[in-house]
Design a protein around this ligand. Structure first.
Ligand code: PAF
Length: 275
């Protein structure tokens, strides 16, 4: 695997790489990232993965500083997964002066759900992803469904800006007990880790109730929020939404997804389940 720290270095390599698949990450790789890289291989001659902890998508007081940086271990995993190129720029290379232009996703997409609790987060994501697209000029790019709202924002951005890249979703990878793999799971204490699968169990319960005909979504959401609160979680939201635009469904709508975000101790976890 070749490691590129500069935009010019990656561009030179990309020029002879044939069909390219891009897998953007912030590092601290887990099996979910590796599954995306393996999936990427089927779509391209060469895979470019990126590691860049993007300051723009963190709010003041969030975990930018303590976000786990595990570069050597990440490189070993990517080598084993057959990734040809890693783009790992420093901040000065990625944002040489303060980045004064930003991609601003519309509030109905980026100001709801996670965007309501992390204002500006999707602006930071969209800006860095647009920049990575310009740098890597990939034919396809892969993003996990675990970050469902992020995937929607990126898809819409690509469509509205006519970016010539195909967005391919990857399924969420889970631990045996159902917990969605996430770099932030490493923050959990042993007792929190034992409790953490409850989030997925609540989503599973709501999805099953909807499949059985339940249509009182606010009631389902409130019950799950209550169960989480009673078990020492601080839930931000549990929400039944339409898959394609993440707006609230009517009883007649199909194609739904249940999304949740909740804090367990100091760790904020998100998850979702398509119905
Ligand atoms: O999903 C992530 O890890 C990040 O949001 C991404 C897409 C790499 C942008 O920084």
């Amino acid at each position: 695997m070749l490691i590129h720290e500069t935009i010019s270095g990656l561009r030179a390599a990309r020029a002879t790489a044939g069909r390219v698949a891009l897998v953007p990450t912030m590092g601290n790789l887990h099996d979910g990232h590796i599954a995306l890289m393996t999936q990427a291989r089927a779509h391209a001659d060469q895979v470019i993965a990126t590691i860049f902890v993007n300051r723009l998508q963190f709010r003041p007081g969030e975990d930018f500083e303590k976000y786990p940086r595990t570069f050597a271990a990440d490189c070993a995993r990517m080598e084993a997964a057959g990734v040809e190129h890693l783009f790992a720029p420093g901040e000065a290379e990625m944002y040489p002066q303060p980045q004064s232009y930003h991609v601003e996703p519309p509030p109905e997409q980026a100001g709801v759900l996670d965007g309501e609790f992390r204002p500006g987060h999707f602006r930071g994501v969209a800006t860095v992803v647009m920049k990575l697209f310009q740098i890597a000029q990939a034919d396809v790019a892969l993003f996990g469904k675990k970050d469902y709202q992020q995937l929607m924002v990126i898809r819409n951005m690509v469509r509205e800006f006519a970016v010539p890249v195909e967005i391919i979703p990857g399924e969420t990878v889970r631990a045996a007990d159902g917990l969605a793999l996430s770099s932030r799971n490493g923050y959990l204490s042993a007792s929190e880790r034992a409790e953490a699968p409850r989030l997925y169990r609540e989503l599973t319960g709501i999805a099953a109730a909807i499949r059985d005909g339940a249509r009182n979504y606010p009631d389902l959401e409130a019950r799950a929020m209550n169960v989480l609160s009673m078990n020492a979680w601080a839930p931000d939201y549990v929400a039944v939404r339409k898959k394609h635009d993440l707006q609230s469904p009517s009883a007649a709508d199909s194609g739904l997804v249940v999304l949740a975000a909740a804090r367990l101790g100091s760790t904020r976890l998100i998850d979702n389940l398509e119905v």
